[in-house]
Design a protein around this ligand. Structure first.
Ligand code: HAM
Length: 422
């Protein structure tokens, strides 16, 4: 039913979600794992408004996002305003604005909601929350490795095993070197090929190769840079390719040395935004039922120069709540308890109210496994006990205490697990 009496729909706006308590509980669980993990790695939280001047996105992000996916409007003062489609330009703006006062390397994180006018489908909505983890001021591969290790650790803290996901890495620097020297493309051709490669998964193979041939002006063939490939030695003779490949190999071997073994080079990883300059990565679910990209990020060393200052090295990633929730669901990793309320006190009739309130107080201050108090809801409906218990189940409250005449007289009570009293 989507209509009520006044004919206003009860459905949310297309592509956004309502968070009923069960969904909110899952959302809170996801945020809590995110926050705990990144804070362990020394990242501190920042935030900003969802409104940004539209020009922030026009200069250096992705044509697809700016032209087709932003929510942009003109305000009453004739300013063009955009609901942020991502957080990176905002954080770059903030860092650039206080550059002299900040201590580098800077480790910052945020969990903003971001808006993209996309066709809603599994894993893609018009509003999602996105953990952004970014490091500014470190141009060496240590930053690449540290940030990818943070991404790995988050997955582990969600309960994922190494075999549940794979981290695919590539490098814009390597790609540009290959485009410029191996394929001998000019800048415009390189950019066109990069955009085309980013869309590879969305089209049939033949179409991809036909279009690629048009862009490069000759039959297109992927350069295979794995160490065993016959093209490897020949490609390594180009200094720009060699240097970028060695850098990427160092990122991969450093990750492996830290126990991140589910990482591999994949030249298909491009990432849509224009601002990436070096290592890029994307994490994929390995389950065939949810075989998709979960999240990703990379190095972007030039975005800061947008604001007039010198460039500042940066590395970060964005991890969306929608794809992660699907991942947790697919792998049976969603939290079992969805209510923050542990106990409902069912009161038989109004004469029992005073003692029920006494019990609630006691449980709230000294109850729970650690004796530090637990979360208790009093049910003042005075309905029959089976109705009250039913309500507790519907509310996903795992335990009840029934307070009737006997309990009032004896000044005792029993906590019942609803799961055990089916
Ligand atoms: P992105 O790949 O566009 O990167 O988005 C990051 C993640 O946000 C995606 O991998 C996915 O988990 C989620 N996401 C993106 N669009 C949607 C959508 N329409 N619905 C649901 N989830 C979505 C960025 O946004 C970069 N700014 C990330 C970054 C931070 N790079 C460096 N620092």
């Amino acid at each position: 039913m989507s209509k009520n009496n006044s004919n206003v729909s009860t459905e949310p706006y297309k592509g956004v979600r309502d968070f009923y308590p069960e969904d909110m509980a899952i959302q809170n669980h996801i945020f809590s794992v995110w926050k705990k993990t990144v804070e362990k790695f020394g990242f501190t939280e920042y935030n900003a408004s969802i409104l940004e001047p539209a020009e922030l996105y026009k200069a250096k992000t992705s044509e697809e996002i700016v032209n087709e996916q932003t929510y942009t409007f003109t305000d009453r003062g004739d300013r063009e305003v955009t609901l942020r489609p991502e957080m990176t330009p905002t954080v770059a703006r903030m860092v650039a604005g206080k550059r002299r006062e900040l201590g580098f390397p800077l480790r910052w994180y945020s969990i903003p909601n971001v808006f993209r006018y996309e066709r809603p489908q599994r894993g893609r909505l018009r509003e999602h929350w996105q953990l952004n983890v970014d490091m500014f001021g470190l141009g060496t591969t240590e930053a690449d490795v540290e940030l990818i290790a943070v991404a790995y650790e988050i997955m582990k803290n969600f309960g994922a095993k190494n075999s549940d996901f794979i981290i695919k890495v590539s490098s814009r620097k390597l790609m540009n070197a290959v485009f410029g020297t191996w394929y001998e493309l000019d800048e415009a051709q390189s950019k066109a090929l990069q955009r085309h490669m980013d869309k590879k998964a969305k089209m049939p193979e033949e179409v991809f190769y036909m279009e690629a041939e048009k862009i490069v002006g000759k039959p297109f063939e992927f350069l295979n840079l794995s160490h065993t490939s016959s093209q490897y030695e020949e490609a390594m003779a180009f200094p720009a390719i060699r240097q970028a490949k060695e850098e990427l190999d160092l990122v991969i071997s450093s990750l492996q040395a830290r126990g991140v073994t589910n990482v591999e080079y994949d030249e298909n990883i491009i990432r849509g935004f224009d601002y990436y300059t070096g290592t890029v990565f994307e994490v994929f679910d390995t389950d065939p039922a949810n075989n998709r990209s979960l999240f990703g990020g990379g190095r972007y060393d030039n975005l800061m120069s947008l604001f007039g200052g010198e460039s500042l090295p940066a590395f970060g990633f964005g991890m969306g709540d929608v794809t992660i929730r699907d991942f947790l669901d697919t792998h049976g990793l969603l939290p079992a308890q969805t209510s923050t309320t542990q106990i409902m006190i069912c009161i038989m009739d109004v004469e029992c109210k005073a003692y029920a309130e006494e019990v609630a107080n006691e449980l709230r201050t000294t109850g729970g496994a650690d004796g530090k108090g637990t979360n208790v809801a009093l049910n003042y409906s005075y309905k029959n006990i089976s109705d009250q218990t039913k309500a507790a189940r519907k509310l996903s409250i795992p335990q009840v205490v029934i307070i009737g005449e006997d309990e009032v007289k004896s000044k005792t009570y029993t906590i019942k697990d609803l799961a055990k009293t089916e």
